[in-house]
Design a protein around this ligand. Structure first.
Ligand SMILES: Nc1ncnc2c1ncn2[C@@H]1O[C@H](COP(=O)(O)OP(=O)(O)OP(=O)(O)O)[C@@H](O)[C@H]1O
Ligand SMILES: [Mg+2]
Length: 586
């Protein structure tokens, strides 16, 4: 830009100066020539009058042409020639007339005769080898005509021209230097604010919104700078507003507990929230924006739903098993419709309903299990009551046996209902409301007291190994219940050997282990062992009077006190349950 300004400024000044110099030179030349010509005309006229009077005085014979021209030439400092009307040169100050050819064809002579006043001409003289100005006037004496001609070499004009040319060259050169300096200065003045504008515009383009320029000028550049600053300010505030809105939107999207994916018409991802990564089990740093939706969702049903929404503009909902993450997902797909009714893409909302469905399944399993468990003893009781009513009551021995069975079954029913109630009570609790400091060793002692007899009856030993006397925050009755359930299992599922209860500490944990030398079970049961009503051997458990709720209650009590439970078992060798509960005095 600056280069352009410098070049154009420079060119304009040089062209103008040169033109002006040329015009000046030309007109000076013309003026000088005209002045010289006028002088010559006057001199020539004067000479003519002198010639006429001298010629008339002296007469044809005595008049000496030669000395006349020489005298005149000396006087006027010019070349003087006298030509007769037929063109013959009679005398010349610079040449021998005899050697000179006829002069009737000379332009000044022709003009002088034609106008009968005077004729002029500027011509290159071969004789003297220079430019000459010729002025000729006719002189009439008694019917005869002479042409008096004066001429002069144009050295004066030439010198003058040379001088003007020198001055012009010097002044053009001076002007050129001046023009160059001026144009650099002017271009700097013009381009400086533009450079500043360009620089600031570049900064804004690089994201530095709100940048300002400081130009103190009252012209258009100043106005431009003001508008520019205003624009920059508006841009900056719009950008920060946009950023704010964007981060708000992002925060909203990311705090949603549903996965959201927006795709364009080509099924490329425009937007995705964090939750989607969790649901679809994707690494959090996985870059998916602008990538195809199929990069993260490999499910034909979802693909069809999106296709349908984009092509037909239909909203859809489906629940499906997503095999890649083993989750049950509820998928809502809606078209994204612009104000112009054009379908821009589709929005997919993914809801993880795995837990809900699992809970529903567990609840319905529980209900059917409970009703089955209740039905069994009740059917048995009703059957025996009917048999008694139908006459068995009159056979005392049979009646007594039947009544015993009814007693056992109703006891079982009672325990079952108690267990269900206890379980639901613990399950509904977030934390224990009646919490005290419980000395675990005393609980173990009490449990051993209660169950020792039963163990001994089966020929089993009940051993305790108390290594410490830790205290936990809990409800004593529940800890007792937990211990009873575990030791009871040990007695129930052990035929010979012992049941050992150990108490110790491990860091900030109180560790209780209950191990036996019983029948044990296979690894495959471990996972489901703590489920309600789960029994490894249904027949055996039932014959032992078990409901299948014992371990479930144990697990919930442990969880209520933020503890952990684990089990290891080997079929035919025995089973060990290990419970960790936070130590109250850590
Ligand atoms: N110490 C153990 N040795 C072997 N199997 C066990 C042991 N403890 C529990 N089991 C298995 O786990 C199942 C579930 O135990 P849980 O205590 O919940 O029910 P239960 O003992 O059958 O009935 P109850 O509700 O009367 O305790 C049992 O049926 C049994 O098959
Ligand atoms: Mg049990």
């Amino acid at each position: 830009m600056r280069k352009k300004i410098v070049i154009s400024y420079f060119a304009i000044i040089i062209v103008l100066t040169s033109t002006f110099a040329l015009i000046m030179m030309n007109s000076t030349n013309n003026m000088m020539t005209l002045q010289l010509q006028n002088r010559f005309v006057n001199e020539c006229d004067l000479l003519k009058q002198v010639f006429v009077s001298e010629y008339q005085n002296k007469g044809n014979v005595d008049f000496d042409f030669r000395s006349f021209v020489n005298d005149a030439s000396r006087e006027l400092d010019t070349r003087v020639t006298i030509i007769y009307e037929d063109g013959t040169v009679l005398a010349d100050t610079h040449e021998d007339p005899a050697k000179m050819n006829n002069h009737l064809n000379r332009a000044e002579v022709i003009d002088a005769i034609r106008t009968d006043k005077m004729g002029t001409s500027i011509r290159y003289s071969n004789t003297v080898k220079a430019d000459f100005l010729y002025v000729a006037v006719p002189a009439h004496i008694g019917g005869e005509t002479w042409i008096i001609r004066v001429s002069k070499q144009l050295t004066e004009i030439k010198e003058m021209n040379q001088h003007i040319l020198n001055v012009a060259v010097v002044s053009i050169f001076g002007t050129a230097v001046f023009a160059l300096l001026m144009s650099i200065f002017v271009s700097k003045r013009i381009t400086k604010p533009i450079d500043a504008l360009t620089e600031t515009a570049n900064e804004i383009a690089n994201g530095e919104f709100g940048r300002k320029i400081y130009i103190e000028a009252n012209d258009q550049i100043g106005e431009l700078a003001q508008s520019f600053n205003k624009m920059s300010q508006t841009l900056s505030s719009s950008m920060s507003e946009l950023r704010q809105r964007n981060s708000e939107l992002e925060a909203i999207l990311n705090s949603m507990i549903n996965g959201i994916i927006a795709v364009d018409q080509n099924k490329n991802i425009i937007l995705i929230n964090k939750f989607c990564f969790d649901i679809l089990d994707l690494p959090q740093d996985y870059v998916v924006e602008n990538e195809s939706m199929y990069k993260i969702i490999r499910n034909e049903e979802i693909a069809n739903m999106v296709e349908c929404a984009i092509i037909e503009g239909q909203s859809q909902m489906k629940e499906l098993n997503y095999v890649h993450t083993e989750k049950i997902l509820r998928i809502y797909v809606n078209p994204i419709i612009a104000a112009t009714k054009e379908i821009l893409g589709s929005i997919v909302v993914i809801q993880d309903v795995t837990q809900i469905r699992k809970l529903e399944q567990m609840r319905s399993d529980f209900v059917s299990n409970v009703s089955h468990e209740l039905k069994t003893p009740l059917t048995s009781i009703r059957g025996f009551v009917d048999t008694l009513k139908n006459g068995a009551i009159h056979q005392p021995e049979t009646a007594m046996r039947f009544l015993d069975i009814i007693d056992i079954e109703s006891d079982r029913l009672y325990r079952l209902i108690n267990d269900i109630l206890l379980l639901s009570e613990i399950e509904s609790m977030d934390r224990e409301p009646e919490q005290t400091e419980v000395e675990v060793s005393s609980v173990i002692e009490e449990v051993v007291d209660i169950l020792e007899l039963r163990a001994n009856e089966k020929g089993l030993k009940l051993v305790t190994e108390v290594e410490a006397s830790p205290v936990i925050h809990a409800n004593r009755d529940r800890i007792k219940q937990m211990m009873i359930n575990l030791v009871d299992n040990g007695i129930k599922y052990t035929e010979k050997g012992e049941i050992r209860v150990k108490l110790g500490t491990q860091g900030s944990w109180v560790v209780i282990t209950v191990s036996d030398t019983g029948i044990g079970f296979n690894e495959s049961h471990k996972e489901r062992l703590f489920e309600r009503f789960y029994r490894v051997d249904k027949g055996r458990s039932r014959s032992q009077g078990g409901t299948g709720l014992g371990l479930s209650i144990v697990k919930h009590i442990v969880l209520l006190y933020k503890g952990k439970i684990s089990v290891s078992s080997q079929p035919g060798k025995g089973t060990t349950f290990e419970i960790l509960i936070p130590n109250a005095k850590r």
